[in-house]
Design a protein around this ligand. Structure first.
Ligand SMILES: [Mg+2]
Length: 338
């Protein structure tokens, strides 16, 4: 099995501001796995929140020695080996996981959704993310997002009310909000959420820092709006402690190490009667397609990472008015644009 990788610098349609900072160019690492003349694609999109950079991804990939493996169907064994190389490095691990799954789908000539026993007509309707901006720019962004029926809005700043009121002045679409751990005082979080409940907001993601789980439990008892864990849930082992604090979890392939772990998380959260969301980082059609193949299993999807960029190097899943439309090509169904 041969692994190679290449960095792509993705350009954002708009500078992207959340409560942690601003971005305009986002680098990702595209990984290829070759065996028996078949090439599987994978992707790592590093997040500073989880201490990853393009450099840490490359350093991790360089440590992988695949000479002992000749069969990607030994997936569990291979991924245990990948896990054993280092803790964290979740997006680098994810790239390998996605590439193996793409390879398997191509080898058996099946799109991944079929391999997982899922119905392509039931792929999710994704929200479209509106980053924090001036009132004028927010209005422009909402207008540009006209084709998307669900908007996800970043809050967690001092001017939350202004942001939501501005958006509500131009649209009555379903809104989902993401505080990205921005409210650090529980009383403030409570007051903001109570206000949001009157603004036709469907749910709030990560109202408070992951380190303040007891405050989030306190909050959940006092609000009706569902609370969805994002930064509080990295992988499978985080889920059991979240049952009293959150109504659902936001799984991201880049946080959880890939498709294999995401499936385990979906089943575990279901067993706890929690809602399932999948989200993304800024990613190409490679990683967005990987998540889209699992999307018939979701309650909510926020898989717009490749429509927020202007230069996706890959063609794969299409986002048609928010609906994730998969093709029938084997594996992920992605091709590198020429
Ligand atoms: Mg989030």
């Amino acid at each position: 099995m041969k692994l190679s990788w290449k960095q792509y610098d993705l350009h954002l349609r708009h500078a992207f501001r959340i409560s942690r900072g601003v971005e305009t160019i986002d680098p990702v690492m595209i990984v290829t796995l070759e065996q028996d003349g078949i090439v599987g694609y994978g992707e790592a999109s590093p997040s500073p929140r989880y201490n990853e950079t393009i450099e840490t991804i490359e350093a991790f990939l360089k440590r992988i020695d695949f000479t002992r493996f000749t069969d990607p169907f030994q997936t569990e064994e291979i991924l245990l080996y990948i896990q054993s190389l280092a803790t964290h490095n979740t997006s680098a691990k994810c790239a390998v996981d996605i590439a193996i799954h793409d390879w398997i789908g191509k080898k058996i000539n099946l799109p991944l959704y079929k391999f997982f026993g899922l119905d392509k007509s039931k792929t999710a309707l994704s929200s479209f993310t509106i980053g924090i901006d001036s009132p004028e720019m927010l209005i422009q962004k909402v207008r540009e997002a006209e084709e998307y029926p669900i908007l996800k809005v970043k809050v967690g700043m001092e001017n939350d009310r202004e942001i939501i009121s501005t958006i509500r002045s131009v649209t009555d679409k379903v809104l989902r909000v993401d505080a990205n751990e921005g409210w650090t005082k529980k009383e403030v979080a409570l007051e903001r959420i109570k206000w949001l409940q009157d603004q036709n907001v469907e749910f709030v993601e990560q109202p408070m820092p992951a380190s303040q789980l007891d405050d989030i439990k306190w909050l959940r008892d006092k609000v009706e709006m569902p609370l969805i864990a994002d930064e509080s849930v990295i992988g499978l082992t985080d889920i059991p402690k979240l049952g009293d604090a959150f109504d659902g979890i936001n799984i991201k392939l880049m946080k959880c190490t890939g498709i294999r772990e995401a499936l385990r998380m979906i089943h575990t959260a279901r067993a706890m009667n929690m809602k399932i969301m999948m989200g993304c980082m800024i990613e190409t059609a490679v990683a967005i397609s990987a998540a889209s193949h699992l999307s018939p299993l979701l309650d909510y999807a926020d898989l717009d990472g490749n429509v927020l960029i202007t230069d996706d190097p890959f063609d794969g899943v299409r986002n048609i008015k928010g609906k994730l439309e998969l093709n029938n090509n084997p594996g992920l169904g992605v091709v590198l644009r020429s």
